[in-house]
Design a protein around this ligand. Sequence first.
Ligand code: PLP
Length: 445
Amino acid sequence: MTHDPFPIPWYSSGIEHIWLPYTQMKTAAKPLPVVSTQGCRIKLADGRELIDGIASWWSACHGYNHPHILQAIETQLRAMPHVMFGGLVHEPALTLARRLSEIAPEGLNRVFFADSGSVAVEVALKIALQYWRNKGNSKKDRFICFKDGYHGDTLGAMSVSDPEKSLHKAFRNSIIKQYVLDIPHDEYGFAEFDSLLAGVHGNVAGLIIEPLVQGAGGMRFHSADILGEIYRIAKKHNILFIADEIATGFYRTGNLFACNEAGIAPDLMCIGKALTGGTITLAATLAREDIFAAFLSDNPDDAFMHGPTFMANPLACAAANAALDLFQLAVSGGQSSVKENASANCKLQTANWPMRIEAIESQLAKELEPCRALPGVIDVRVKGAIGVVQMEPSMDVRALRPKFVERGVWVRPFKDIIYLMPPLVITPEELGVLTEAVVSTLRDA
Ligand SMILES: *Cc1c(COP(=O)(O)O)cnc(C)c1O
């Protein structure tokens, strides 16, 4: 037995019974026990504090323990922690559905709640399949998706993620085959993309894409022009356009939704991650009214057949409404107490969000730039509040993880990249600590 680095009873008695995500349990370093969070900081059991450079898998957009979100959850907890959503509805869910419809790209008017991003993707895929079936076309049963894409870990979501490079390689032979294409980047690429879609559209229900930024597949960017052109070609061939904004939504790329930068309105849109400010799991699939209308019929079989047990959990919806308050998004006229509460709880939050993201973007660009000159670095790129340093594929970036902890920051390099996606409320000083940790860790590597 090696020396126990964390002599805490719950840690040493529980660690032998837990199975961790994406982890080779035989060789991985022991996970760090956390006791609390606050603002942009994570406090470890041994008293150390880490500045969070990745906002708990990109979700904690308002920082941790924001008083306005905590208060909304506490109030909801006393009234009703949960009730089933079949045959029953409640204020937090209906208010949230209305507010999301108001802020979403034009026409996305119907909200189906799910309990995680992967499930929201499954819901979008199933809606697209059943949409065509309800319209009498059962041949459209495949999807177009992209290399380096990532849409979640469930079987359907895995099928539309990159089958070679993603986290899903091991399951390659057990998942439905989809059309996995390169994101076109020039005129030649678009012509090829167009003729591919012309050839297969008869059996394609939809196209799914992470707009502007492919996240877990490797943090690759494409321009708003490219996104707009992909949209135009998909629509031309009668293919539903599904935007997976689970990572990009809520200002991460600079606009409220990444689709806004291209001025496009998808047929279906998935959101999650930052939706509750990173406090409780909640995701949603938004649909255009004409998609929804294809499910209205006298035939019970035309109804959409999906319903998670904890769908639209009231605590999660209350948290999401509070997170939207902090973004000052579509605050309802009738609920001025919510509005007052939000601004009393958070003077900081009155800032202009696109401007704040721009400030993060230029600080990331300026302070990560020196990495370009360091050995092993192939590329440095920044989009909104996302900063990426791409390394040579031969480099073992995972080995750098403990070095970041030693420097007092929480950064998790994966594949061939080191990236920062901090809480959007991070101060310039805290962000400076993060970028300095990246630069000096690479310098010493
Ligand atoms: C994280 C993520 C998902 C999956 O969400 P979970 O809540 O982890 O199931 C799907 N799509 C994208 C783009 C994501 O970043």
